[in-house]
Ligand binder design. Structure first.
Ligand code: PLP
Length: 431
C-alpha cells in the first residue's frame, strides 16, 4: 500500500472513530507472514506472541494464518480461547505463573506448558496427575550468552527467565521423572528486537547446539523446539530494516544439518514472535489539541500520549530516548518549506508524556492528526491507560478493504467474579 492510500485509511479512521486510536492493517501482517514462510522455506512454524498485541479481533484474524499462539498469562489464554483458538495450539510461557494459572491452563488443555522453573513443573505434575492427565511441557533454557545487538537481553546474566543452562540437565532429569508431565522439547527465548542478521544467526546456531547437547544428555527425541526469534523492526529514522533473506540463507543449511540427525528429523522448529509480525502494520493516531510556542519551541499537545503508547514515549526499556517515526496524516505531499519542527506531547500532567522531541513534520494546525508508526506491537497493551483517567483509545482494523471498530477493554484479563482469588488476597479479605 502506498503512503497516499494508507493516509486515506488513517484519515477515515480518525474521522469516523475519533482519536486517539490505533489502526492495524491486516494486509501488512499477511505480507509479513508470507515473507517469513517464504524466507525460511516453511521450515519454521510461526507462533504469535500474544503479549505484543492481545486485541481479540486480531487474535481471531490470526486463526489459520499463523500456526500457534503463545500466551503469557491466564488472561491471555482466555482471550485466545474466546477468539476461537483451540487450546492444543496454544503454549503458555512466563516466569511468574501462579498456581491457579497453571491449573486452569492444564485443565483447559493448553497444548504446551513452557516450564520456567522446577516449581512450575511440580505444580503442573500434581495438577495433571490429580486430573488423570499427562501434560506436554517444554523446558525454557536461559543460555550462557546472548550476542550483542538485542534490544532486550533475557539470558547470559542473572535472569528470571527459564532455567540457566548449567542447571538444565539436572532439571530435565527431574522433569522426565514426573509422571504427570511429558517432556515434549525445549524452549529458548533469550533476546528481542535485533536488527543485526549476524547476531540473530549466531543466536540460532547457539540454540541448535544447546538443543543437540541437552537432548543427547537426557536421550530426548523432541517434538517441539522453540528458536526464540529476536527479529526486530526499524522503529527510528536511521534504523536499517532486518534483511530476513540474509538470516534465512545463513541458518537454513544449519537447520538441514540438524535435521539429518534422526533424533531431530521429526522435531517441529518454531519461531515465537510478536513485533516482527504486527508492529509495522499498526499506527497510533493522535489529534493536535493545542499548539503552543514555548521559549522558541513549537509544542503540539495531543489527545493521546504515553497513557496509550508508553513505548513511543521512550519509557519501555529504551536506553537513549529516540523518536518513533511519525508523520502528519495527509502531510506526505508537503513541500520542504511547509514543514516545522515540533515537540509532540500527550495530554497528561507530567513532563515525561512526550511522544517526540524535535520532530520534523508537515506544518501542523490545531485539529491535525499525527500518525505514529510501528504501533501494532507493544502499544496499547504496554501502556498505563488508567493514568489520569482519559477514555481508552479506539482500536480499528482494516480487513479486506473495510475499516472495523475492534476496540476492547481489559476485563477479560483481570479476575472474573467467582474465580478463586490469587494467593494472598483471600487472607486479606477475611482478616
Ligand atoms: C518468551 C517470549 N516470546 C516471545 C516474545 C516476543 O518478542 P517480539 O515481540 O520481540 O517478537 C517475547 C518478548 O519479550 C518473549 O519474552
Amino acid at each position: 500500500m502506498n503512503a497516499a492510500d494508507r493516509d486515506t485509511w488513517l484519515a477515515a479512521a480518525a474521522e469516523q472513530f475519533g482519536t486517539p486510536s490505533f489502526v492495524y492493517f491486516t494486509e501488512a501482517i499477511a505480507e509479513r507472514i508470507a515473507a517469513l514462510r517464504h524466507a525460511f522455506d516453511d521450515q519454521l512454524a510461526l507462533s504469535f506472541a500474544v503479549k505484543c498485541n492481545p486485541n481479540p479481533a486480531l487474535l481471531k484474524w490470526m486463526v489459520g494464518r499463523v500456526d500457534l499462539l503463545d500466551v503469557s498469562s491466564i488472561g491471555e489464554f482466555r482471550l485466545a480461547l474466546q477468539a476461537g483458538w483451540a487450546p492444543a495450539l496454544v503454549s503458555f510461557t512466563g516466569p511468574g505463573k501462579r498456581e491457579f494459572e497453571i491449573r486452569e491452563a492444564v485443565l483447559g488443555g493448553v497444548g504446551l506448558l513452557v516450564l520456567e522453573s522446577l516449581r512450575e513443573a511440580g505444580i503442573a505434575d500434581e495438577v495433571a496427575r490429580a486430573a488423570g492427565r499427562v501434560q506436554p511441557v517444554l523446558l525454557r533454557i536461559a543460555p550462557d550468552s546472548v550476542p550483542r545487538g538485542f534490544g532486550d537481553q533475557m539470558a547470559g546474566r542473572p535472569s528470571p527467565f527459564g532455567v540457566d543452562l548449567p542447571d538444565a540437565r539436572d532439571a530435565l532429569e527431574q522433569i522426565v521423572a514426573m509422571p504427570g508431565l511429558r517432556l515434549a522439547g525445549l524452549h529458548i527465548y533469550s533476546g528481542t528486537q535485533c536488527l543485526k542478521p549476524d547476531a540473530i544467526v549466531e543466536n540460532y546456531r547457539g540454540f541448535l547446539s544447546i538443543f543437540t547437547d541437552l537432548c543427547e544428555a537426557v536421550d530426548l527425541t523432541p517434538e517441539s523446539l522453540v528458536l526464540g526469534s529476536g527479529l526486530g523492526v526499524p522503529y527510528h529514522d536511521g534504523d536499517t530494516p532486518l534483511p530476513l533473506d540474509a538470516v534465512a540463507s545463513a541458518i537454513l543449511p544449519d537447520i538441514a544439518r540438524f535435521r539429518e540427525d534422526p533424533r531431530f528429523a521429526g522435531a517441529r522448529l518454531k519461531l515465537e514472535l510478536g513485533r516482527y509480525l504486527v508492529a509495522e502494520a499498526g499506527y497510533f493516531l493522535v489529534r493536535v489539541i493545542s499548539l503552543k510556542q514555548s521559549r522558541g519551541v513549537s509544542i503540539a499537545i495531543c489527545d493521546g500520549g504515553m497513557n496509550n503508547h508508553l513505548p513511543a514515549s521512550g519509557h519501555f526499556g529504551m536506553v537513549i530516548r529516540r523518536n518513533y517515526k511519525m508523520h502528519r496524516v495527509g502531510g506526505q505531499s508537503a513541500i520542504d518549506s511547509d514543514t516545522g519542527i515540533y515537540d509532540v506531547t500527550g495530554p497528561l500532567c507530567t513532563s515525561i508524556d512526550r511522544l517526540g522531541g524535535g520532530v520534523t513534520l508537515a506544518s501542523l494546525s490545531e485539529g491535525d492528526v499525527i500518525a505514529i508508526h510501528n504501533s501494532g506491537a507493544y502499544g496499547l497493551t504496554a501502556s498505563p491507560i488508567h493514568f489520569i483517567g482519559h477514555a481508552p483509545p479506539a482500536e480499528l482494523m482494516v480487513i479486506d478493504g473495510a475499516l472495523h471498530d475492534v476496540s476492547r477493554f481489559f476485563e477479560a484479563t483481570t479476575a472474573w467474579p467467582g474465580e478463586p482469588s490469587p494467593e494472598g488476597q483471600g487472607a486479606l479479605a477475611t482478616a
